[in-house]
Design a protein around this ligand. Structure first.
Ligand SMILES: Nc1ncnc2c1ncn2[C@@H]1O[C@H](COP(=O)(O)OP(=O)(O)O)[C@@H](O)[C@H]1O
Ligand SMILES: [Mg+2]
Length: 268
């Protein structure tokens, strides 16, 4: 779905991405982690053709982003910016969703049907003015507008920043749902708990270089790797590493509960 071949990106003579290569397959759920300024947002923008590599090649859904129009990539890609307010352009919730659908399809009946369905699924009031809603609600609206188009590829830049726990879980369940239906997800996040609970693979970016790309379990348990990218492991994996034997496969809280139960049963 996405292939980077030795990608470099620089602007104003500053190198932001330095020789990054990786491949995401259809249906992957990958998190991109790294400290502030590591180049995560830049890498996400390289994925949807908003930025073109200075050197190397980016291939998305079979298209070389340097050779194809960005609008062609937008037909099958949903992109959530770090700040939802940069994406909202209409005064009514239903118009916002409709607008997003109109960008990728023409059938009026289909657009209206999807618009209604999306309002219901996301418990949104179609008549409201987006700018009178809370940040969490606006984030939900932007995500709803994107998901209404059923993109094959979902690029999310910090989708849960500024949300409370409930809003965060609701949004992550929606993202998980579309991934289960087959969409490929690349999610920038610095919330290690979210990464641990939802992503199956993780890429670690530091100073524009890709330090690692592997399973969530392997990456989050690698303390020295995370430290070299100025990141801290989530509490659960840190504890699991310290507990040692019997806790090798612990990634989530649920895993920890099962591992503790197993140990107890073994001791009895
Ligand atoms: N248009 C730009 N001009 C100059 N520097 C930029 C520009 N965009 C990003 N940068 C710099 O590139 C680095 C990576 O930025 P970014 O991709 O936003 O990182 P992240 O999302 O990981 O915080 C930062 O040091 C940032 O200051
Ligand atoms: Mg960023």
């Amino acid at each position: 779905m996405i292939r980077f071949d030795n990608v470099h990106y620089s602007t104003n003579n500053i190198n932001i991405i330095n020789g990054v290569s990786f491949e995401l397959r259809k249906g992957d759920f990958t998190a991109l982690i790294g400290a502030n300024g590591a180049g995560k947002s830049t890498l996400a923008r390289l994925c949807n053709g908003l930025l073109k590599p200075s050197r190397g090649a980016v291939n998305v859904g079979g298209f070389d982003t340097a050779l194809v129009r960005t609008s062609r990539i937008a037909k099958f890609t949903g992109f959530l910016f770090q700040n939802p307010d940069r994406q909202i352009c209409k005064n009514r919730v239903c118009d916002e969703i409709r607008f997003s659908l109109e960008c990728v399809m023409e059938d009026r009946a289909e657009i209206e049907m999807r618009c209604e369905r999306t309002l219901e699924e996301f418990s949104l009031d179609g008549e409201r003015d987006p700018f009178s809603m809370s940040r969490g609600e606006r984030q939900r609206l932007v995500l709803a507008s994107i998901l209404a188009t059923e993109p094959e590829l979902l690029l999310l830049d910090e989708p849960t920043t500024g949300l409370d726990y409930r809003e965060c879980m609701h949004i992550m369940e929606c993202i998980s749902g579309i991934n289960r239906k087959g969409a490929t997800v690349l999610m920038v996040s610095h919330d290690m708990e979210i990464v641990q609970d939802f992503a199956r693979e993780v890429m670690v970016l530091n100073d524009g270089e890709l330090l690692a790309h592997g399973s969530t379990k392997d990456i989050l348990r690698d303390g020295p790797l995370l430290a070299s990218a100025s990141l801290l492991p989530p509490q659960i994996t840190e504890l699991a590493v310290r507990l040692g034997a019997g806790y090798e496969n612990v990634v989530t809280v649920d895993d920890m509960v099962s591992a503790v139960k197993k140990k107890r049963e073994g001791a009895e």
